[in-house]
Design a protein. Structure first.
Length: 314
């Protein structure tokens, strides 16, 4: 994904880099699938409509793991016909993930400000509409930017004017900063509105822990790379080796961040943690029952053999 006027150089991946992308892609895909499985099987989105936003974020991260991380070392082998759909998909899901974090913060802000009217303002049907519009609009933006991109050689060699690609980069930064600002406002409101009772304040902050964790994690793992990328793209004197190395380092942090995202969801949201523990406990009980049954069968066979009288042929 290169935003320069010159044709991007072909990436030469070392064995370590290939293992890095493949391992993070595979592990991230597994974790995101676990979150989606719990969400689709065990969560009532009518009762918890904000989980639709979490599902959208998780699905975007899953597609990123499958379509980007697992394929990046082999991008130069892609047929040219897949290049444009590939970049449209990658840009769309990254934008969707960032914008859904904004929606999650807006949802919590409404909950904090209007707790008694929350379900009259937010419901499953409205969030389905917001989700659909989000995917369509951001997909159209990605498609519009992609229409100015040309492919030279493989899919890893692209040509695009930086000022055409810049709106996407700016959108990343704006959405991440917006999420952070709204989270700060929520923290201030929650801190000042529950001063009278420490127990109530603790309970409220437990409910906000997932939001704050996700926002801060995204802020510190994604924003540095996005800003450095913009700097590298727009400031020609800044295109020095140190900036390039910093950009590359923060990009790897961003990749690892997408693997950690589903773990944050499981760790900070009780409903996911509870159902995952139930699954492991059930699996452990099933395993113990199987082992017990096998031991009983073995003991029964031994007793049968021992009780059989020995005969001696004369």
């Amino acid at each position: 994904m290169n935003g320069t006027e010159d044709i991007a150089r072909q990436d030469r991946f070392t064995v370590g880099e290939t293992v890095f992308y493949l391992s993070n892609g595979a592990i991230g895909a597994i974790f995101n699938c676990i979150v989606l499985w719990i969400a689709f099987v065990h969560i009532d989105t009518d009762d918890k409509p904000r989980q639709i936003i979490v599902i959208n974020m998780t699905f975007a991260d899953l597609i990123m793991c499958l379509c980007y991380m697992l394929t990046r070392p082999y991008l130069n082998f892609f047929p040219r016909a897949l290049c444009h759909p590939y970049y449209i998909t990658i840009w769309t899901i990254q934008l969707v993930s960032c914008l859904n974090l904004v929606w999650l913060n807006v949802d919590k802000l409404i909950f904090i400000q209007f707790p008694l009217h929350y379900y009259s303002i937010i419901n499953r049907k409205k969030l389905y509409v917001v989700s659909l519009v989000t995917w369509i609009v951001l997909g159209y933006i990605a498609f519009a930017v992609d229409s100015f991109m040309t492919i030279s050689g493989g899919c890893d060699r692209v040509l695009i004017n930086p000022y055409i690609y810049m709106p996407i980069c700016v959108l990343y930064v704006v959405m991440i900063l917006t999420s952070f600002v709204i989270s700060a406002v929520i923290y201030f409101i929650a801190h000042t509105s529950t001063r009278s009772e420490a127990r109530q304040r603790t309970k409220l902050f437990h409910r906000l822990f997932f939001l704050f964790s996700s926002t801060l994690w995204t802020f510190f793992t994604c924003l540095p790379y996005r800003i450095l990328y913009l700097l590298f793209m727009l400031c020609e004197p800044c295109r020095i080796e140190v900036v390039h190395q910093m950009t590359d380092t923060f990009f790897r942090i961003l990749v690892v961040g997408m693997v950690i995202n589903p773990l944050i969801t499981i760790w900070t949201q009780r409903i996911y943690r509870m159902h995952l523990l139930k699954f492991f406990n059930k699996w452990q009980d099933t395993r113990e029952d199987t082992e017990t049954s096998a031991r009983r069968h073995s003991t029964k066979w031994n007793n049968t053999v021992e009780s059989t009288p020995l005969t001696t042929a004369l």
